[in-house]
Design a protein around this ligand. Structure first.
Ligand SMILES: O=C([O-])CC(=O)C(=O)O
Ligand SMILES: [Mg+2]
Length: 216
């Protein structure tokens, strides 16, 4: 996997406590809010999550990743699931302090969301192995302590809506990953921590957090 990631904000009104929007004191958006992560954000197991320079509050956000299998633009909601190649589990690592500063100043989230190692991903699940992507439990723990427990059933914008909306602006390409938003319980990680995450019984993955060292 070496493609772009389209992140987004999710939460469903109605069960406030389960929703990350509530803990961020954000208004639930009426359309998906998008950001991009570059290919260099992706890491797989065995590689560390590196705290980006100047970040003092790096947060985990566990999310279902939808992997695009076919190129498409202006995809209708009705045909959208035909563009899905499979699924994975992702951590939308977020430099929360840098994001807050950007929000305050009306600036983009590029650094806060797209720094190197900001998107740890799990194994690839072909779509045939996932009966209902809108009904998958997902969880995240740090050093064995449970932080996030949710379900993809609580997404505000379901997968066909996301694919249709995103593809009205961006041509989707095979290997692109759409992150579908995180449940409540996001929180900080420190160098030395082990972040573990799971998608039902389908994926379990773990990553170590490390300081970013200067490369020469
Ligand atoms: O950083 C945020 O608060 C937005 C986001 O990615 C999510 O909700 O998954
Ligand atoms: Mg997120």
């Amino acid at each position: 996997m070496s493609s772009k990631e389209y992140g987004q904000i999710s939460y469903m009104p109605g069960n406030e406590k389960r929703h990350h929007a509530a803990e961020m004191k954000s208004v639930v958006p009426d359309k998906p809010l998008l950001f991009l992560k570059p290919p260099t954000a992706f890491i797989t197991e065995g590689n560390p999550i590196k705290v980006p320079r100047g970040c003092h509050e790096l947060h985990h956000e566990v999310e279902l990743g939808v992997i695009i299998g076919r190129k498409g633009k202006d995809i209708s909601e009705i045909g959208a699931m035909d563009y899905v190649g499979g699924y994975t589990l992702c951590l939308d690592m977020t430099a929360r302090d840098l994001q807050e500063e950007a929000k305050k100043n009306g600036l983009p989230w590029t650094v806060a969301k797209g720094f190197d190692t900001s998107c740890p991903v799990g194994s690839f699940l072909p779509k045939e192995q996932v009966a209902d992507p809108h009904n998958l439990p997902l969880w995240c723990n740090v050093n064995g302590q449970m932080r996030q427990e949710g379900s993809t059933a609580d997404m505000v914008f379901r997968i066909p809506t996301l694919i249709s909306y995103i593809s009205s602006y961006f041509t989707l390409e095979p290997g692109d990953v759409i992150l579908t938003g995180t449940p409540a319980g996001v929180g900080p990680v420190q160098p030395g921590d082990i972040v573990e995450a799971g998608l039902g019984s389908l994926i379990r993955m773990s990553f170590k957090v490390q300081v970013e060292e200067k490369s020469m």
